[in-house]
Design a protein around this ligand. Structure first.
Ligand SMILES: [Zn+2]
Length: 141
């Protein structure tokens, strides 16, 4: 990757980080204000739901903040733009769209496939376990 491209992506990462840090600070303030305001049961229930959603969004933001910081750290050590699995260069178009990615497309696809396979295996186990249990119930009945 050439220096200009790297500088561009670095600026992009830094502004993304800034944006998320500001948002996260603002969210914290709203949350502490909400916690102090009195509310009846209905309001409280709505507030709980709202709070839950905010927490989920916050978790996602924090994960992204971590990813962005890791990407910036990779720039510093000169490892930015290389796939963390196979070491191949990640497609620049992919980095421009999402500069914090650390996997190339083929490793990403492989990982997703593996995760899906893991889920299938878990479902199979649950299914056969269920059959075994119902089989035993039939035997003892
Ligand atoms: Zn790769």
């Amino acid at each position: 990757m050439d220096r200009e491209e790297l500088a561009f992506l670095r600026v992009k990462l830094e502004s993304m980080l800034e944006l998320r840090l500001n948002k996260s600070r603002a969210a914290m303030e709203t949350m502490s204000q909400a916690a102090m305001s009195p509310a009846d049961a209905v309001d409280r229930a709505a507030m709980e739901t709202q709070r839950h959603l905010e927490l989920l969004m916050r978790e996602r933001d924090l994960a992204e903040i971590r990813e962005i910081r890791e990407a910036l750290a990779r720039i510093l050590v000169g490892e930015y733009g290389a796939c963390r699995e196979c070491g191949e260069d990640i497609d620049v178009r992919r980095l421009r769209a999402r500069p914090m990615v650390n996997l190339c497309v083929s490793c990403m696809t492989g990982l997703e496939r593996e995760q899906n396979r893991g889920r299938d295996i878990a479902e199979d186990m649950i299914h056969s376990f269920g059959q075994e249990i119902s089989g035993r119930i039939l035997e003892t009945a």
